[in-house]
Design a protein around this ligand. Structure first.
Ligand SMILES: CC(C)(COP(=O)(O)OP(=O)(O)OC[C@H]1O[C@@H](n2cnc3c(N)ncnc32)[C@H](O)[C@@H]1OP(=O)(O)O)[C@@H](O)C(=O)NCCC(=O)NCCS
Length: 196
């Protein structure tokens, strides 16, 4: 008989995240397939974000206290870089600017590649959003192009995210992104049908 590895989901406060920031950035770099140097640039930003209103973070730890996955976000507000970038994308669609009223920005969501595919990402997403005091959640994710949708897209669609912007270009990044959103709270996951 095989036993599932022991892992538990934890809430990370600002000091927890600060203490684990390099470990969390290593998860991010590995999950996104970015060069390790990316972590250096992100470090200051992540530590800065913990001070934003509504900031929350969650993580998965294994039985040796190693971080397997991490997610965080905060309350979106005018004046934030990301808010202004999305507002620019919605400039010609005034009705859709409702998305920017009272939203939680899901800023980062990453699971270590060797731990992906087992529901840890969905666990992070659900735990983070369960404590988000906002009417909506917004996130951005790289477009999947013509190839098959990746795990991030599958997860976001499965949990009911719809398109807010597609093929959006954030300042300073050549890649096209999608901005996805949904109303909160997230409904509970469907219970699996009993066998037989
Ligand atoms: C996106 C990401 C966070 C998703 O995390 P994940 O743990 O791999 O994905 P999920 O939580 O969706 O789980 C994946 C699988 O587990 C299944 N699953 C869901 N709940 C489960 C559970 N309780 N037990 C077992 N399996 C479960 C899902 O059906 C899914 O199956 P499939 O992928 O084979 O279709 C992760 O893949 C990742 O870090 N990717 C790279 C970085 C990235 O793209 N981040 C997002 C940037 S915006």
């Amino acid at each position: 008989m095989t036993t599932a590895p022991a892992r538990h989901l934890v809430e990370l406060g600002p000091t927890d995240l600060a203490a684990r920031v390099d470990e969390a950035l290593a998860v991010y770099v590995a999950a996104m397939g970015y060069p390790p140097s990316t972590a250096r640039h992100r470090r200051t930003l992540w530590l800065d974000h913990v001070r934003r209103p509504g900031w929350r973070a969650v993580g998965w730890l294994d039985d040796a206290d190693r971080l397997l996955g991490v997610a965080y976000g905060y309350s979106g507000a005018p004046g934030q870089w990301w808010y202004e970038e999305v507002a620019r994308g919605l400039r010609r669609r005034p009705a859709d600017r409702i998305w920017l009223e009272d939203y939680f920005e899901l800023t980062e969501l990453h699971v270590r590649p060797d731990a992906q595919g087992g529901g840890l990402g969905e666990g992070l997403l659900r735990a983070l959003l369960a404590g988000a005091a906002a009417r909506r959640v917004l996130l951005s994710t790289p477009e999947h192009g013509d190839g098959p949708v990746n795990r991030a897209w599958t997860l976001y669609r499965r949990t009911g995210f719809s398109d807010v912007l597609r093929q959006h270009r954030f300042t300073g990044d050549a890649r096209p992104f999608a901005v996805l959103g949904r109303e909160l709270p997230l409904p509970a996951p469907p219970t699996p049908a009993p066998p037989g």
